[in-house]
Design a protein around this ligand. Structure first.
Ligand code: AMP
Length: 214
């Protein structure tokens, strides 16, 4: 096995975001604005904007991990116009704190915009992270580390994992077995042939005589 990867379902996303919403409400913190870290925190931020009845929703872009499970180097912030949060109570959302560098970088930047208060939250928090969010749904020990394939990143991640592991043209069930062996991925609830055909449509895979290749 190269490393573990886990396919995340929409039901898990809903459960984790609802859990964060509950924690925020129970804490007594009443956010006036939400910031999603782009791209992984965008969907959770939108879901919390609905759950907490907050229309003031912004995005801040950070980049750290390049291709699936490969770090790009240092986390970098991409400024795209500053959120208007001066004097406001702000809730920041991301999908996961892994090294924690992206959240730390975003936190320092957001703080420089003079909000009244900042709280941070992620759906998943790896214990080794140098940054601990105020609210998170699941804590994951370092030994349980996996690359989480979120529903909004499924094509990019599958494409990269297949690219690393597939050496000869392979059928859908061969690919399923290769990904199981190399990443311990379970495709029980996922229509892998449909996703593979979507990758063919996007020009990321070729399909000839029932076999996929790069
Ligand atoms: P980090 O700066 O290491 O805390 O992670 C920055 C971003 O990279 C996260 O917000 C995710 O979008 C992505 N990422 C990092 N680690 C993982 C992981 N184990 N599974 C899925 N995405 C990850």
């Amino acid at each position: 096995m190269q490393f573990r990867a886990k396919l995340v379902s929409w039901a898990e996303i809903e459960k984790w975001c609802r859990n964060i919403g509950k924690q925020v409400i129970n804490s007594g913190f009443i956010p006036e604005a939400i910031i999603g870290l782009s791209r992984g925190g965008l969907v959770p931020a939108r879901m919390l904007s609905d759950r907490l009845w907050i229309k003031d929703l912004y995005a801040v872009k950070t980049e750290h991990w390049g291709f699936t499970a490969t770090k790009d180097g240092k986390a970098v912030l991409k400024r795209q116009g500053d959120p208007n949060i001066n004097g406001k109570r702000v809730l920041v959302l991301d999908d996961i704190t892994d090294t924690g560098e992206s959240m730390k970088l975003a936190f320092d930047y957001i703080k420089s915009l003079s909000p009244a208060e900042i709280r941070t939250s992620t759906m998943l928090h790896i214990t080794r992270s140098s940054f601990k969010p105020d609210f998170y749904s699941e804590e994951i020990n370092e030994e349980k580390w996996a690359w989480f394939i979120f529903p909004w990143n499924v094509y990019e991640d599958l494409d990269n994992l297949i690219g690393r592991s597939m050496v000869v043209p392979s059928s859908a069930s061969d690919i399923e077995n290769i990904l199981k062996d190399d990443y311990n991925i379970s495709f029980a609830d996922v229509d892998l042939p449909m996703l593979l055909n979507d990758l063919v449509d996007s020009g990321r895979l070729k399909l000839e005589k029932g076999k996929y290749s790069k």
